[in-house]
Design a protein around this ligand. Structure first.
Ligand SMILES: [Zn+2]
Ligand SMILES: [Zn+2]
Length: 149
């Protein structure tokens, strides 16, 4: 998978963004925990305007502890679920208690550095995934644009 990664990364660097997608996709298929592969694939997809796919791979790069991915995500107004690695949205801080949160807004724990997506918090009936609470038992609120998480 490193050969696929190096091929994709060098194609991207040389400006052949389209051609870089196949080897980079192959890289993360062969090695789902290749954080550089996810991060570089996200950059390539982003340059092609495939934003939704780019967000997913960037979030997975952050989940896999890629050093730059969390900051890039934050700059895009996003975070990632610490349980499943899916991207989540952030919202502007607000004092209103009664707010309707979008289905993609992440939830952050007030007592520990954990962020969860709504699917993980509520559980997913279809796939039988049980609802997740933060291990510390802390309170959750919507993930904010000014959060460090
Ligand atoms: Zn999740
Ligand atoms: Zn917690």
């Amino acid at each position: 998978m490193d050969a696929q990664f190096l091929l994709g990364a060098s194609l991207l660097e040389s400006g052949d963004v389209k051609a870089s997608i196949a080897p980079l996709t192959r890289c993360v298929e062969l090695a789902p925990d290749h954080s550089d592969g996810h991060n570089t694939l996200a950059m390539a997809l982003g340059r092609l305007g495939r934003t939704g796919e780019a967000e997913v791979h960037l979030a997975h790069a952050a989940y896999l502890k890629h050093p730059q991915a969390p900051e890039t995500l934050r700059g895009m107004g996003l975070g990632y679920c610490r349980r499943c690695g899916d991207p989540v949205e952030r919202e502007e801080p607000s004092d209103a208690d009664l707010r309707l949160h979008g289905p993609r807004v992440g939830m952050e724990c007030l007592s520990c550095p954990t962020v969860l997506c709504v699917s993980c918090v509520l559980g997913n009936g279809a796939s039988g995934v049980a609802p997740t609470r933060p291990v510390c038992g802390g309170t959750l609120r919507a993930l904010r644009t000014d959060s460090e998480l």
